[in-house]
Ligand binder design. Sequence first.
Ligand SMILES: [Zn+2]
Length: 690
Amino acid sequence: MTCQNRSAVKNPSLNPLLAPWVGPAGGVPPFDKVRVEDFKPALEAAMAENLEEIGQIARNPAAPTFENTIAELERSGRRFRRVSAIYGVWSSTMSTDDFQAVERDMQPKLAAFSDKIYQNSALFARIDAVYGSMQHLTPIQQRLCWHYHSNFVRAGAKLDAPAKHQVAQINERLAALFASFSQNLLADEAGYVLYLKSEGDLAGLPESLRTAARSAAAARGHADEWAILNTRSSMDPFLTYADRRDLRERVWRAYYSRGDNNDAHDNKRIITEILALRARRATLLGYATHAHWRVADSMAKTPEAAMRLMMQVWPAAVAREHEEVADMQAVADREQAGAGMKIEGWDYRYYAEKVRKAKYDLDMNEVKPYLQLEKLREGMFWAAGRLYGLAFTQISGLPTSNPEVRVWEAKSAAGAHVGFWYFDPYARSGKNSGAWMSEYRGQENLDARVSPIVSNNTNFLKDESGAPILISWDDAVTLFHEFGHALHGLISDVKYPSLAGTNVVRDFVEFPSQLNENWLSTPEVLSQFAVHYQTGRPIPPELVAKIKTASTFNQGFATVEYLAAALVDMKLHLAGEQPIDVTGFERDTLASLAMPAEMVMRHRTPQFAHIFSSDAYSAGYYSYLWAEVLDHDAFEAFTEAGGPYDQAIAKRLHDDIMAVGNEVDPEQAYRKFRGSDPKIDGLLRARGFI
Ligand SMILES: [Zn+2]
């Protein structure tokens, strides 16, 4: 760091968040020392310091150059990034009431801080000057200049002062609304737990689910009961197995009503305001809609291109969904002869499971005893070893945010330190539901090698008895998915921090993660790591064959629930400045798409955290489908070459995609890896639509 003036951070030793990280490999986050009351002063001091750094770059009397402007910007803000990383861990995994108060206070200030940088005219003038005369720079330096220039312009650097002021005000208000949205969702997930009191309520539930529900209830002070939490990993298996239709309906309604209960935690008015502010901001920035603004910075480039891809898949998905429901209705009619029962949303998973058994002789409960969380974790390590030469060793003694978090060190084939991987597998109160990867520290080689620190977070239910955690096939896929993001962060080998690892455009970032899902079902992983939790025997090949045959099963459901959400997201953000009535818009949009009656969006609008807890995935939920085109096409490169562990293809994947971060345009990176542009056929084949 070249900054001389450190007055903003007077005494870092008083606040552990401000101190340099100590420990192995350039230091690790001091999770053991952090107190909630440290966040506000630390963030404020780190923001002030970063603004001073920026001010010095902007006021530099020397003519602007790449070195004294862009490279200096890359060197600035390191302390702020360290504080933010830990703040992010608290926000997503330890969201206590006192932390939430800090968050409500700080989110608007963080938004204002970011605008102070983007709206610094003197700074932008220097960036603009370097960008305008960058022909002599290396291609990577040129890409970095373009990256800064385009981010500044997209954030409003070229606007006049009154418009800049309006954008800043909108961003501050949005930040507060995003925080309220997330906190409401968390409140509804915690507030609607279904406690089952008698054995009769458990009819149909497999043993593993009963044990998990028992532990979950005990952990919430309900000994001798069973808790069905209002999260996807509790809801999904309950709806799959519970014989009690009335209880299925209750769980289904509670889950899909999150944020939509017309009470203090209702999100609908927040969403209307978010959409209005986004539309206004897009207009100020010179874009037709928020969707145009967001998608401009992506592989798809226009909302129309994203819509085209989605609508290419939608009719086939809906047609398949109708076939699936017809199969399920036939089972229901046989079972409930004469009752005239019609398949509803809360019946879908239950009857789908029966059809799976009948059609493919595949009982997912027979698979589950082979899917031990810790064994599968070893399996994904093993696959990463075969593909990328990485070796993972668990290490103890590093501070973690919770005793349940464990740490592994990744080393290269040559034995060099690559990075740390933190694993936080279990659900607990204050932790967001779902699964995600986060980066505590990005890789860079600017002045010296900085090694990455990444984490994977999931919400498996811990078995208090210490028995192996058994997970579903879908959860195993998720495990490999998130690890794909982690690998993207770990394998990164770039010079500039802004272009490192997972700092790629939204519709490319899901490519390495979705691609990594493919290695779960390779015979090499299954035969070694899908082993029975009691006998230790590998999963029988007949069972694997059945899983393979049934792999396109229920893809109508999966595709429709996902695409309905992605289409509503895009249409909400294409609607422009008209005021949006959330309930009406969702209903009418789904009707215009001929959404099947028994289907529900994977994330209904009032609970769509991807698009309303920040701007990140707004008008961007299509990204998963976009990346899926890439990932199936890329995996076919392995298949064509002879197998999933083909060393030559793995090396190209490593060198052309995983290691380059955002130093290369993703389209070019993909073409270099594959030798051609991606084709959609692989996706359609994998989903069984052709
Ligand atoms: Zn992902």
